[in-house]
Design a protein around this ligand. Structure first.
Ligand code: NAD
Length: 499
């Protein structure tokens, strides 16, 4: 059995805790590896190594740091197929989707190559007589991140690329469900020239997370995962004096106006609702057609599309639309929520409950489900299902649809499909959700913009990647300097005013 340890001080190191977690192949249901779960001592040792390595890295000029990232991009492209295959084998998503996971991370690395420009400070010449003032952005020191299972390449890169570009050391605690790709990324970065100890991977569970939160050397914590854990990490991290940003769960609504191109809307919903088996924080999980006639037309278009979806293992290549979900527990939770939808009176117009994939009976495959006539009091509406289940809530007017999305506790992403620019503009302006698509179902911003939700989908002030990441991973220092004449007229006792 393959035992996955940690990546400490530039090499793979076996764990010492004797505690492990199973890593499954979700397509077959087999345990393909075990991952070590770190102790508090192992985490603290990694932090010590990081703290020793970090000052020299911060003192390396930003152009040289950027060159390491340039080389890393080349290596990611060189090993793209290997990374995607490993990612699919542990996560279950299709190969093209796994490559997309790597590419969306790689794009943030490319953005971070701009570090010399992005880290430039501000300067005021002659702020007062003989006085200059300048502000600079300095690295925080040792930083840490805790990531979810659903994007094991992209989200770690969204965190560690800006962190190390800014001159920090970074400790990553990846998801214990699919830890191999983060380990490969650390090895590739070292091959690209990153000094030992600047990026370390400490695998683990709550014990490792709590060790991060309690460690006084760690200056900042980034988290992406479910909302209850996001709230826990945000409150504990802040109470312990750390800079914290946490991104949580989602329930993304797509509003379909009567004037929308119904084929386009149905195609968009199928891709955004069922792609990656619905295991995306930007998946559309609620369709909101406006008006009964729109709803009837939409359901008529959706049903054959959903029934036709091809579910299978990643080894089938381009021949599958989505793969298994990540674990048997995830599959069970989805099945329970589907049952609750039926019991609470929603209309299951595509029923995937009997789905079985021949030859893969032990895999964690779930058939596609489509609900109609869902109401806001139902559990399938209130909770994040994170599976291939799309709920349709019929709204009678645009205002009702808008209010529905606004009243939901989550606020990660949303979309509107319409041909009317006035409605689209009104929606984009009024909606209380962080990322908005107009005739675009999954509006994930590109690397040079920022990514983040509102309400219970995000905690903290700054978003991920883009300019916000360079603010999150640095602190500002402002220097007021008087050269060369110095103080000649004795001490000043009132607050200085620049005249
Ligand atoms: P999760 O919350 O179960 O786990 C995330 C991380 O937290 C993992 O590293 C895990 O080991 C750790 N963790 C789990 N339980 C913990 C505990 N009790 N104490 C401390 N740490 C703990 O999430 P997941 O199932 O891996 O990922 C899916 C969730 O992530 C979904 O809710 C999804 O919406 C969300 N997500 C959000 C975004 C976003 O940007 N908003 C992006 C991707 C995923």
């Amino acid at each position: 059995m393959n035992l996955i340890g940690h990546y400490i001080n530039g090499k793979e190191t076996p764990g010492t805790s004797n505690r492990t977690s199973d890593v499954f192949n979700p397509a077959t249901g087999e345990v393909q590896a075990k991952v070590s779960l770190a102790t508090v001592e192992e985490m603290n040792q990694a932090v010590e190594i990081a703290a020793k390595a970090q000052p020299a890295w911060a003192a390396t000029n930003p152009q040289r740091r950027a060159r390491v990232l340039m080389k890393f991009v080349d290596l990611l492209n060189r090993d793209m197929d290997k990374l995607a295959e490993c990612l699919s084998r542990e996560h279950g998503k299709t190969l093209p989707d796994a490559a997309g996971d790597v590419v969306r991370g790689l794009e943030v690395v490319e953005y971070c190559i701009g570090a010399p420009q992005l880290l430039k400070g501000e300067y005021t010449d002659s702020a007062g007589p003989g006085i200059d003032m300048y502000s600079m952005r300095q690295a925080l020191g040792v930083t840490a991140g805790i990531t979810p299972f659903n994007f094991p390449a992209m989200i770690p890169m969204w965190m560690f690329a800006p962190a190390i570009a800014c001159g920090n050391a970074f400790i990553l605690k990846p998801s214990e469900r699919d830890p191999s790709v983060p380990m490969m990324l650390a090895a590739l970065l070292e091959e690209a020239g990153l000094p030992k100890g600047i990026l370390q991977i400490v695998n683990g569970d709550k014990e490792a997370v709590d060790a991060i939160l309690e460690n006084e050397t760690i200056q900042s914590v980034g988290f992406v995962g479910s909302t209850p854990i996001a709230e826990y990490i945000y409150s504990k991290g802040c109470a312990n004096g750390k800079r914290v940003q946490c991104f949580g769960g989602a329930k993304n609504h797509m509003i379909v106006m009567p004037d929308a191109d119904m084929d386009q809307a149905a195609d968009a919903l199928v891709g955004a609702g069922y792609g990656a088996a619905g295991e995306r924080c930007m998946a559309i999980s609620v369709a909101v057609p406006v008006g009964e006639e729109t709803a009837d037309r939409l359901i008529e278009k959706l049903v054959p599309r959903v029934e036709k979806l091809k579910v299978g293992p990643y080894t089938a290549g381009n021949d599958v639309d989505y793969g298994p979900v990540v674990t048997a527990q995830a599959a069970q939770k989805i099945a329970q929520l589907v049952e609750s939808g039926v019991e609470q009176g929603a209309n299951l117009v595509v029923d995937g409950r009997d789905f079985n994939l021949q030859g893969y009976e032990n895999g964690f495959f779930i058939g596609a489900h489509l609900f109609d006539n869902v109401t806001p009091d139902m559990d399938i509406y209130k909770q994040e299902i994170f599976g291939p289940v799309l709920s349709t809530v019929r709204a009678q007017s645009y205002e009702e649809a808008l209010k529905l999305a606004m009243d939901h506790e989550y606020g990660n992403g949303t979309a509107i499909f319409t041909r009317d620019g006035d409605t689209a503009r009104d929606f984009a302006n009024r909606i209380n959700i962080g990322m908005v698509g107009i005739n675009v179902p999954i509006p994930v911003p590109l690397a040079y913009h920022t990514f983040g939700g509102w309400k219970k989908s995000a905690f903290g002030d700054l978003n991920q990647h883009g300019p916000d990441a360079f603010k999150f991973y640095t602190r500002t220092k402002t220097v007021t300097s008087r050269w060369p004449s110095g103080i000649k007229e004795g001490g000043e006792f009132s607050i200085p005013i620049m005249e």
